[in-house]
Design a protein around this ligand. Structure first.
Ligand code: SF4
Length: 288
């Protein structure tokens, strides 16, 4: 893993995401290196190729000081801030650099009244429960896509194992933080093995979580290129299932399955629908 310390110009960035007005990304790059990561395009901002995603991390060493000035200049004190959108705020580098912790300290000391979202795939988030509890409106989420750790190691190379993520969710829940789970991407093989999605949602509910986001897999060309490459090399038997995942029939079937299973486990679907990426869906002919 290559780490490079850099100075950023701003840290609070305007966002077009449906549920975030601003985002904070303390790092460029992500050592978790997920095969399906849509953020791999971020490499171009630091001169790295899409294929190098997961092998470098640019550390914005002045992130905490920048937030103090960016926050002082922020007029809309109710704006929703998400940490992070194109990196994981609790990847390995965070154990050493503690930028996310510093950022939360600034927001907590400020008493920032808007919602502060945190989304991660790392159990390290539990380290900061003390500070997160001091935020007026925290909203903490954990991404969990599978209970199969072998598959998880292939798709989400260096992220925490599922058990560790579920333990962290339980700790967040027990601390009174009402965390949510983000089930995305919705892995295509669930269409043929619904019992595995049943198990995943059952274990999420067992951790105390009551709300989830669910998102269909994003297969934009630059994501597909990198993902297909890895599947062909390491899991060629999976390719057909992933190729059919862009079609409308796949989407409809998976949406219905998600609806049934969420009801079974008494989980509420945030935003009221399974999220998907129409620009990819519309470009692809149904294969079934
Ligand atoms: S944890 Fe998130 S940002 Fe990091 S590689 Fe995986 S999908 Fe991308």
């Amino acid at each position: 893993m290559r780490y490079k310390e850099v100075d950023a110009k701003h840290i609070l960035t305007r966002s077009s995401l449906p549920d975030a007005d601003y985002v904070i990304n303390p790092y460029v790059g992500c050592e978790f290196g997920c095969s399906y990561c849509y953020a791999s395009f971020m490499g171009r901002t630091v001169g790295e190729s899409i294929d190098a995603w997961g092998s470098y991390v640019y550390v914005k060493r002045n992130a905490v000081e920048l937030l103090e000035s960016d926050l002082a200049a922020l007029k809309d004190r109710k704006a929703t801030i998400l940490i992070s959108s194109v990196t994981d705020p609790y990847q390995g580098a965070e154990a050493r650099y503690r930028l996310t912790r510093g950022i939360l300290e600034v927001l907590a000391a400020d008493g920032y009244p808007g919602e502060v979202g945190i989304l991660t795939k790392s159990s390290l988030v539990a380290r900061d429960i003390d500070i997160i509890k001091r935020l007026p409106r925290p909203d903490v989420g954990m991404t969990i896509t599978t209970t199969d750790d072998e598959l998880g190691r292939f798709l989400e190379v260096r992220a925490s194992a599922t058990g560790a993520r579920l333990d962290a969710l339980k700790r967040l829940h027990d601390a009174g933080l009402r965390p949510y789970a983000f089930v995305g991407p919705l892995l295509p093989h669930f269409r043929h093995r619904p019992e595995l999605l049943d198990e995943l949602l059952g274990r999420i509910a067992g951790s105390g979580v009551r709300e989830v986001y669910v998102e269909q897999i994003n297969l934009k060309p630059y994501i597909r290129g990198r993902l297909w490459e890895r599947i062909k090399m390491e899991r060629p038997e999976m390719l057909a299932m992933y190729e059919e995942a862009g079609g409308e029939a796949h989407r409809r079937e998976m949406d219905a399955m998600v609806g049934r299973l969420l009801e079974k486990h008494s989980l509420r679907l945030r935003l009221g629908e399974v999220l998907y990426h129409p620009e990819w869906m519309n470009r692809r002919r149904d294969t079934v």
